[in-house]
Every structure is written in C-alpha cells, then in structure tokens.
Write a protein that binds this ligand. Structure first.
Ligand SMILES: Cc1cc2nc3c(=O)[nH]c(=O)nc-3n(C[C@H](O)[C@H](O)[C@H](O)COP(=O)(O)OP(=O)(O)OC[C@H]3O[C@@H](n4cnc5c(N)ncnc54)[C@H](O)[C@@H]3O)c2cc1C
Length: 421
C-alpha cells in the first residue's frame, strides 16, 4: 500500500465537495485533492435530467421544495450542466480531482485508506472535508415485507439507469413518496416510456402535497408488501380507512426518505447527531474531530444543490483557519436538541464564537404538519428566542430558524433546546 500526504483531502465530488475544492485551491491552500468513487465527478445532479439547479430557483431556501409541477422541470440549469460547471470550476481553480477512487476507512485521525485504479493507498491530510452526500433509503431499510423481485428502484438508481446507462425499466410503475423528489421519479419514468399508475404516500391529504400532472395521487396509503417472484407484479397497500388494495405494476420507485451517507464518518468515530444521522457539526462545519470538517447533504438530508455548494464555499474558510492555526481555540460548543415533533436541526452544535450558520439561519425538519408554529429556543429553562413561522411546517420541507440568539447561549450551560408550540 502506498502512502502520501496532501494539504486538504475532500471526500466526494458532488456540489459541496467541488465547491470546497474550487474555493480552497483558488485560495492557495496547497495540494487540494478531491476523491470521487464514481467514474465521473458531479454527484447527484449528474443524473438529474431536469431543470431546477442554480439560477433564480437557487436563491431561496424553499426553492427546491416549492418547485413543484411545471416550475420544477422548467427553471434553472439542468443537473448535468450544473455538474459540468461545478467540475470545471474546481479544475480551473487548480484542485486535483481523482475519480473511481473510494475512501474505505481511516488509518489515523486525518489519514484515510482508499481503493482505486492504482490500488490501495493511504493519504494523510492536514485537513479532511467529508462531502459524501445523502441517499434515499432503499427497500431493505424501509422494512417493506414481501418477495424480492426485480423492478424495485430508488429515484437515484432509476435516474442513473435511465439517463446514464440507457437501461430498459418496465411498462407500468407505482411511485411511493410525498416529497418533491417524487416528481423527478415520475418525469424519469415517463422519459423511459413507462406508464405511471399512481403516486402513493402515507401522508394525509393536504393542498401542499406535490402532485404530478395526470398521475393519480393516493394519500393515506401505506405500502404493506410487494408481490411477484422474478419480477414485481404488484404493490400492496393499506389505506387509512382499513381497506387493502393491490396496484398491478412491474416497477416501483421508492422516493425521498433521504439518509446521510455517513458510513465513513461513523467508521472514523465522529460523533453523529441522533436527529440528522450525519456528523454533529457547528456553524464553522467542524465535526467532533479537529481538522475533520464536513459540508453538504451529509449534514442534513436533503437540501438543494445550491445550498450544498454554498456550504462547500463556507467550509473552505474554516479549513483555511485550521491550516493557518487561527481556529477559535474554545472547545466544543453546546449541543442543540429538538423536541418532538421536530426531527432535527442543522447545524446542531453551537460555536465557534461569532460564527453563524449558512444564510444566518438554522434548518429544521418536522415529523408532522404544524400550522404556523412558534419555535422556542431555551437553555437551562431560560428562553433565548421565540419566533412564529409565517407558513405551516410540513414534513420533508425545510423550516428556517433565525440564528441571532446564538450570542445569548451560555457556553458553560446545558444543551440548547428547540421546541415547536
Ligand atoms: C432525484 C433528485 C432530484 C433533485 N433535484 C434537485 C433540483 O432540481 N434542484 C436542486 O437544487 N437540488 C436537487 N436535488 C438535490 C441535490 O442533488 C443535492 O442537494 C446535491 O447533490 C447535494 O450535494 P452533495 O455534494 O452534498 O452530495 P452528492 O451530490 O450526493 O455528492 C456526494 C458525492 O460523494 C461521493 N462519495 C460518497 N462516499 C464516497 C466515498 N467513500 N469515497 C469517494 N466518494 C464518495 C458520491 O459518489 C457522490 O458523488 C435533487 C436530488 C435528487 C436525489
């Protein structure tokens, strides 16, 4: 196994990793190397053959979530064009980009083990940035009972099969999920000539649920099983009123329900946040290990590509401080803890002194719909901040919380609690 050293090692060449690489190489951070396990760099946008990346839609936190129906497909740049632009920016700035190289583990606090075309390697870096992204939960993790036939996909797998490899998919499909990504699944199936029978979600009927044109939306329906032996023949559903039905189809796409790709962080012993399941991190994108930082959807599954890229640029500032030895010397900050029905908050640790999260806002998620809730931030029973939201809080959509209360956190106090009332 060969061994070498670099100044900054970035794991993952999606929007976050590429933006971090471009910024760091442009700032003269020394040898900045980006490793990508796929044969091509660019991350998820590479296989998203629809608009909605960058441009006008990238300017607000709600862009992706709000971009339903025709706007979803019609605005901004296409995913592949966005990916190409991000790769070009990193290369032009002088970052070294190596594709087909997977980071498989750690051999020291900032030493990783890799496998690629050149064999096994150990790379030690002065700073490591994890930007490994997020993925949709596959069937096995969703505990869907039934047989194990072919024809079961996540949106990401489907898009790769259709747009990158030109694979034949099937004839009739059911799409499962109530998040905006279900639209992308419908669009991809249609592009592949597949008839979409229905979009199915266990959520209850609400006007804000994303709808795809000319596709029935079945709400309040839970998938209870898949049928078929070699090939899928149907999706079994249980409806809220107790009825059961089977939708005949040879293809099912399980959409949304994203989880951070946190395997590497976990193997490295980084502290994970129980809510996001990504590494716990502060407003400077520092994880629990000095010199190991993180950015993008690994930290919060999921936000839009422009947000991930913005974090990539921001993490570069912290990396430069680390390299120059000018980091805030104060220890780990206070943990941010959410009360149910809130699911998580990101960032989820306070500090360093004076640092603010991207856009001066924390991002949260809720497990159930809340009609214009008031978010309350408190520590040791003392209220630090209270804010009434202008819109309902909906599962799967970002909720923004102002960050100006950070200055009032007691650095020696208990964890900070965020609740919705
Ligand atoms: C179907 C779909 C549609 C979307 N549509 C939109 C849209 O219209 N507009 C929008 O703004 N956003 C959209 N998004 C979200 C957007 O794609 C993400 O926000 C963005 O890709 C996140 O960037 P990232 O760099 O954090 O992660 P990713 O893009 O996931 O990149 C992570 C990279 O890390 C690599 N990697 C992981 N582990 C390792 C390892 N151990 N070694 C080496 N490499 C590794 C992966 O191969 C991957 O290339 C969509 C997402 C999906 C799934």
């Amino acid at each position: 196994m060969s061994a070498r050293e670099v100044d900054v090692l970035i794991v993952g060449a999606g929007p976050a990793g590429l933006a971090a690489g471009a910024e760091l190489a442009g700032a003269g951070a020394g040898r900045v190397e980006i490793l990508e396990r796929e044969q091509e760099a660019g991350g998820v946008p590479r296989h998203c053959h629809h608009g909605g990346f960058g441009g006008r839609l990238d300017r607000t936190v709600y862009a992706w979530a709000a971009a339903t129906g025709s706007a979803y497909a019609g605005s901004g740049t296409s995913g592949p064009a966005y990916a190409r632009r991000s790769v070009a920016a990193a290369l032009d700035a002088g970052a070294a980009l190596r594709t087909g190289v997977s980071v498989t583990g750690w051999a020291g606090p900032r030493t990783v083990e890799t496998t690629g075309p050149g064999g096994l390697e150990r790379i030690t870096a002065r700073a490591v940035v994890l930007a490994t992204g997020a993925r949709e939960r596959p069937r096995s993790a969703r505990l869907i009972p039934g047989t194990r036939p072919a024809g079961v996909w996540t949106t990401g797998e489907l898009q790769q099969a259709v747009h990158l490899y030109g694979q034949r998919i099937g004839t009739t499909a059911v799409v499962v999920g109530g998040e905006p990504v279900a639209h992308a699944a419908v669009a991809t199936l249609r592009a592949a000539g597949v008839h979409v029978v229905a979009v199915v979600t266990d959520r209850t009927p609400l006007p804000v649920l994303p709808r795809s044109r000319h596709v029935p939306l079945l709400t309040g329906a839970t998938v209870t099983g898949l049928t078929g032996r070699a090939r899928l023949t149907g999706v079994e559903l249980r409806h809220d009123d107790g009825r059961t039905t089977t939708l005949r189809c040879d293809t099912v796409v399980l959409t949304g329900d994203f989880v951070p790709d946190h395997e590497l962080a976990r193997r490295g012993g980084l502290r994970l946040d129980p809510g996001t399941r990504g590494p716990a991190y502060d407003a400077a994108f520092r994880t629990s290990r000095p010199g190991v930082l993180a950015a993008g959807n690994l930290l919060h599954a999921v936000e839009r590509a422009g947000f991930a890229a913005q974090e990539g640029r921001a993490v570069a500032v912290s990396v430069l401080h680390h390299l120059a030895g000018t980091e805030d010397p104060s220890g780990e900050g206070r943990r941010l803890v959410v009360d149910a029905p809130l699911r998580w908050i990101a960032p989820n640790v306070t500090g360093p002194h004076g640092a603010r999260p991207t856009g001066d806002r924390f991002v949260l998620r809720t497990a159930r719909r809340l009609l214009r809730p008031t978010l309350v931030v408190s520590q040791n029973g003392r209220e630090l901040h209270r804010e009434r939201l202008l819109l309902p809080a909906v599962p799967g959509r970002p909720i923004a919380l102002r960050a100006d209360w950070l200055d009032r956190v007691d650095p020696d106090g208990a964890s900070v609690r965020i609740s919705a009332r």
